[in-house]
Design a protein around this ligand. Sequence first.
Ligand code: ATP
Ligand code: MG
Length: 357
Amino acid sequence: MRTHRIAAIGGDGIGPEVIAAGLQALEVCAERDGGFSLDVQSFDWGSDYYRKHGVMMPAGGADQLRAFDAIYFGAVGAPDIPDHLTLWGLRLAICQPLDQYANVRPTRILPGIVSPLRHVSGPELDWVIVRENSEGEYAGVGGRVHKGLPEEVATDVSMFTRAGVTRIIRYAFEIARSRPRKLLTVVTKSNAQRHGMVMWDEIAAEVAAGFPDVTWDKMLVDAMTMRMTLKPETLDTIVATNLHADILSDLAAALAGSLGIAPTANLNPERKTPSMFEPIHGSAFDITGKGIANPVATFWTGAMMLEHLGEKAAAARLMRAVERVTADPALHTPDLGGSATTAQVTQAVCEALRGGQ
Ligand code: ATP
Ligand code: MG
């Protein structure tokens, strides 16, 4: 029997609610599969931890996580703590030292879900967005001088390295190659940002030479928002910088029906360190504690985690169960226009898992 060690970090807001739902479904997956078990350890890191200890996680927290095979993460952020403190204090404090440089965000319209793009049906929107997750606009380079004075200057430097850009573009080409259409769009803003973005374009052309079977093109990020909205069927795999892909993937999540569905994986593709799996959405304090958070993003995230752990059959079974549930509007949470609760959706997915193929 294979055992996978999972670190579960519920975090803030609806994070603990959806992670609890996700773990419940994953346990049923393991039971149903019979070939593996999950050894889950939970960590109470996040904003409550910050209020007690003045830090989001203990010193050496990221190192503790190295002992695990994967990290299952809820959300971070609280209304009373500045967002940059919570983000840098937990999520990025894990992603960066563990070198989870590829943030992978599959997007498609699940059965039963209606896209706000009324002209688009399921198969016409099926993307994987690959977000550079270690440098660029979120490198943390910059500062403020003359704080609070009229002459104050603040800088945030986008820092791109040849090694960092090469590895993310290569990984995106590999994903594109693994998908039926073998199609990659490289997104930049190289007309206005004349240094780092021009280097992206150059590196993309260099890496492309090694993938003659992949068709690729370049888009400026502004035009990309229009193409995603008006011609979604022309896109498949998409690679962009940390900031650009952050924005594009929120757009993608909305076009696919709801932020409550969208999953993501923060990967170290070489598997030198554990990867982290989380729903794209945040802590959503407006619905925290109401029992109505949509757990589908966290289930899909769990399926990505199983796949990464080598449990491909269980991952596929979980996605089939999720799709059977989304196909039934009576099992939609309020973000999808329904009135189902987190518990009802979770129960339905667990039942579908027990009964399904
Ligand atoms: P953060 O700052 O952590 O990103 P946020 O509250 O700014 O948190 P999100 O949590 O991403 O942003 O939520 C944006 C909106 O989408 C909110 O109205 C929230 O209620 C809704 N939402 C997000 N996730 C879900 C979910 N899983 N189920 C239902 N609604 C959700
Ligand atoms: Mg937000």
